[in-house]
Design a protein around this ligand. Structure first.
Ligand SMILES: Nc1ncnc2c1ncn2[C@@H]1O[C@H](COP(=O)(O)OP(=O)(O)OP(=O)(O)O)[C@@H](O)[C@H]1O
Ligand SMILES: [Mg+2]
Length: 353
């Protein structure tokens, strides 16, 4: 009996995306299916190159096709096409070439937003996603300092500014590239909002899967304008473990929720230190209030990032830890974070929560 495309599709309908619970055929992940004389060829289109379950899914799909009676040979090409999330308000037009804008925010200053934003962007880019990084901290832009030594000659083409190139191809824009460290910028509220918006719309980002936006601390004009004028796929809230920091971070979380922005999850930074002698983890700040708050808010705790010298050094000397020490624990933590974020964005884009 000759194998047909229907036979193959029937088998593939048994394979579900572990995160979405929807089968790969219904998800539209199977493209260009051809069956000829026992030879099956198709493209598997993943929803993000940084999905936590990609390997699992690839082997499940292959196994399902191989087990169909009459199949002699399988050629599977794997590609990815990042889905974009619908904007939080119908009045907002998506930015055509940018699939997902993801804000990184927190209530408190100094909890590691910029550190998380940089490393998240670098990890997404390393995974193969076209990624941009916007430093929207107009009061104290730090990202150019956190990624030194790259080509920051940004030029103007037509009426758009070309972004600079950071580590692993991350496209970057920051007010810090325009204003020097020693120039105090005195901002009035409305100007902050306009500038943040301009940094997104007047920069020629090109085709991007993810644009990570590092926000200034608090619930002031920058996050507010961003949430009201830029189509956001979601926000990542960063906090340290202590109650005081978490309480303020949750205020920022609720502000975004009130503006209908999806909360991708919470990142707990400086969660623990690892003893260099015995390898044990020590929770210097005690109990994790972030875990409890995430549970109460019904949002995932995306990562617990250790307090590590290599992360600090990464920002001090301008080489993110994935670049300077790719095999380190910190690099792995940020890769796992990137997979969680990309996975959650796919779930939200596909209509889940
Ligand atoms: N996990 C970590 N391990 C070690 N050092 C860290 C870690 N996270 C952040 N830091 C360091 O803490 C300092 C503050 O971090 P960062 O600038 O990212 O915070 P922020 O929340 O963006 O601050 P601001 O509110 O001023 O924008 C930096 O020097 C950074 O290198
Ligand atoms: Mg910062």
């Amino acid at each position: 009996m000759k194998v047909t495309a229907e036979d193959v599709l029937r088998a593939l309908k048994q394979v579900k995306d572990p995160e979405l619970g929807v089968d790969v055929v219904q998800m539209g992940m199977i493209k260009d299916l051809k069956v000829k004389d026992g030879h099956v060829s198709f493209t598997l289109e993943l929803t993000t190159p940084a999905c936590p379950y990609n390997e699992e899914l690839k082997s499940a799909v292959l196994k399902a096709v191989e087990s169909v009676k009459g199949v002699e040979r399988v050629s599977m090409e794997v590609k990815s096409r990042v889905l974009s999330v619908r904007p939080q308000s119908q009045a907002l037009n998506p930015i055509p070439s940018v699939k997902n804008v993801i804000a990184v925010a927190s209530g408190k200053g100094g909890v590691g937003k910029s550190t998380i934003a940089v490393n998240l962007a670098v990890a997404l880019s390393e995974a193969g996603a076209a990624t941009g990084l916007l430093d929207a901290d107009v009061y104290g832009p730090t990202i150019p300092r956190f990624i030194r030594g790259y080509d920051f000659s940004s030029s103007v083409r037509g009426n758009k500014v070309e972004p600079a190139r950071g580590p692993l191809g991350v496209k970057m824009m920051s007010l810090g590239l325009i204003v020097t460290d020693d120039t105090p910028v005195i901002w009035r509220g409305p100007l902050v909002g306009t500038t943040v918006r301009q940094l997104i719309t007047d920069v020629d980002w090109g085709e991007l899967d993810y644009l990570i936006v590092d926000l200034p601390p608090g619930t002031g004009d920058a996050p507010l304008t961003l949430a009201q004028t830029v189509p956001l796929s979601g926000v990542v809230i960063v906090t340290t473990p202590q109650k005081a920091a978490v309480t303020i971070a949750m205020k920022a979380l609720r502000m975004f929720q009130r503006l209908n922005v999806n909360v991708i999850g919470i990142v707990e930074n400086m969660s623990y230190v690892r003893c260099s002698d015995c390898g044990k983890t020590i929770r210097v700040f005690g109990e994790s209030y972030a875990r409890r708050a995430a549970l109460e808010a019904g949002v995932p705790l995306l990562a617990e990032v250790p307090l590590l010298e290599s992360i600090l050094e990464g920002s001090e000397d301008g080489t993110p830890v994935i670049v300077r020490d790719p095999k380190s624990e910190a690099a792995e933590v940020f890769r796992a974070l990137a997979r969680r974020v990309a996975g959650r964005v796919s779930v939200i884009a596909a209509g889940g929560r």
